[in-house]
Ligand binder design. Structure first.
Ligand code: ZN
Length: 367
């Protein structure tokens, strides 16, 4: 009960890349860089295990950015001539690569880090990939001329890599779709279809992460314009509830998202964001347990997975580690608080059925 997990990225150690920064350049090259990525992956597996995280991730230590880490392994993309583009409905400008020809995978994308992580933890392993809609929103298209066609092309490539990750021993594959909170109409029109294409044929657990972005200034400014209540989820949750994706990862802690919207995810596992990644205040275990308690009003207890609101890539390393520890301890508190109640209910249920079977046995057989 209350299995804990993380949204995905974790901060890179200062010897791997410049800290507290998105898209930070690597500090090393060649073999030294490959070694450093492996070491950082091992380091975060250990920190997550120590914190009591149940479903761990590689912390995305081997990619510069959650979208571009995938794109670097795709043919048909020109990385040499990046152009400035307004992304997430022009919320912020980014230098993005361009699609210049038919898309094709150059080979495996995340095999190395997935196998390293799998070899060094007995915990369940989650691996993140960018979702098709979010990729389309983070790249300039000079070839396909149609967003939906482009998304489908990326979905095929994601599917190939996802199936291979499953073979590498990954337990959960999560697609990150922050764009779902920006283009709500398109989510139902084609976003979920593209996601289904990316997840087709997987037998491992599938998840989608939808948040209000990393704790960077542009996102904080955007959030300030969203008013007293953030109701974007309301428009997309019913469609997600009908989708084939098993888990939905959402932002809750310190968000102005009315928690009652979680009701709309009926039937899904909900990865409830109990850790804010946009400020350095380390949640207390009691605060974590309180958010879990609040979520229980709208989501069945066994469907709640306490999680971080979003990736922690741009945070300070020691703050992220402290927040992970709070996540683990908060879940323990909640288990202590509600585990007894759940056990008692199960016991009552067992007693009842035992009585019932006694009664059935006593009954004289007919005929
Ligand atoms: Zn996120």
């Amino acid at each position: 009960m209350f299995e804990t997990t993380v949204a995905g990225s974790l901060p890179k150690p200062a010897w791997l890349a410049e800290p507290n920064k998105l898209w930070a350049p690597w500090k090393l090259e060649g073999e030294a860089l490959a070694d450093a990525k492996r070491d950082a992956t091992l380091l975060w597996l250990k920190v997550q295990e120590d914190a009591g995280i149940d479903i761990v991730s590689d912390g995305e230590q081997s990619r510069q950015h959650f979208v571009h880490g995938f794109l670097e392994r795709v043919d048909g993309i020109d990385f040499a001539h990046k152009v400035e583009m307004g992304i997430r409905a022009d919320r912020y400008k980014a230098m993005v690569p361009q699609v210049v020809g038919p898309l094709r995978l150059k080979g495996r994308v995340h095999q190395t880090e997935a196998r390293i992580a799998r070899a060094h933890t007995r915990k369940k392993l989650k691996f993140t990939l960018p979702g098709p809609m979010t990729i389309v929103d983070t790249i300039a298209d000079r070839h396909y001329g149609d967003k939906v066609k482009l998304a489908k092309a990326f979905a095929e490539l994601l599917n190939t890599e996802a199936r291979a990750l499953e073979k590498d021993g990954v337990d959960t594959i999560q697609f990150d779709e922050p764009a779902f909170n920006v283009y709500m109409r398109e989510v139902t029109e084609w976003g979920i279809d593209a996601l289904h294409r990316a997840a087709a044929g997987l037998s491992c657990t599938t998840a989608v992460h939808i948040c209000y972005g990393y704790g960077i200034q542009a996102n904080l400014d955007w959030k300030a314009t969203l008013g007293g209540e953030w109701r974007q989820y309301e428009e997309i949750f019913p469609a997600l509830a009908r989708s084939k994706i098993k888990q939905v990862s959402v932002e809750c802690k310190n968000a102005r998202v009315p928690m009652s919207l979680l009701k709309l995810l009926s039937g899904k596992d909900v990865l409830v964001g109990v850790i804010d990644v946009a400020n350095d205040h380390v949640e207390t275990p009691e605060e974590v347990a309180a958010t879990i308690t609040e979520a229980m009003k709208y989501v069945a207890q066994e469907k709640i997975f306490p999680c971080t609101n979003c990736g922690m890539a741009p945070m300070r390393r020691e703050i992220a580690a402290a927040k992970l520890a709070a996540l683990g301890r908060g879940a323990v508190l909640a288990r202590q608080k509600f585990g007894k109640a759940a056990k008692a209910t199960a016991k009552r249920g067992a007693k009842k059925s035992a009585k019932k079977s006694k009664r059935t046995k006593k009954k004289p057989r007919r005929g």
